[in-house]
Design a protein around this ligand. Sequence first.
Ligand SMILES: [Zn+2]
Ligand SMILES: [Zn+2]
Ligand SMILES: [Zn+2]
Ligand SMILES: [Zn+2]
Length: 125
Amino acid sequence: MSEFPYIRCLGCEEAIFDPTRAVCPGCGRCPVCGLRRVKPEIKDCPECELPYCTCCGRCPKCAGLRYAEIDSPCECGHPHNAEKLEDLIRYESVVGAESRPFDWGCIMVILALVTVILLILAALR
Ligand SMILES: [Zn+2]
Ligand SMILES: [Zn+2]
Ligand SMILES: [Zn+2]
Ligand SMILES: [Zn+2]
């Protein structure tokens, strides 16, 4: 396995890219928090005037990467936040990703809500 496995974007579910990039070359979203950091969207390579590949965001002629000029970190700290980057690589890598741990907090909230609704219904009867 390479030191930096490639990840699949959660936003467009198409682009596969290096997780140390600030934005997805496919949709321009931050791979950690999903914030869309590009506006307006760039469709063609300004040098070659050719459309970027829709899957990997590379220009077919010069292989320039779309949104390569965005290298400032996102509001969430990506890609300078080592912990989030590690998480991203662990759970979203294209090869050998682990499934995310089960979110018990979320389940408890749903169960509590269901209980409250049932209690209200029972009281109304
Ligand atoms: Zn994307
Ligand atoms: Zn972010
Ligand atoms: Zn491609
Ligand atoms: Zn080009």
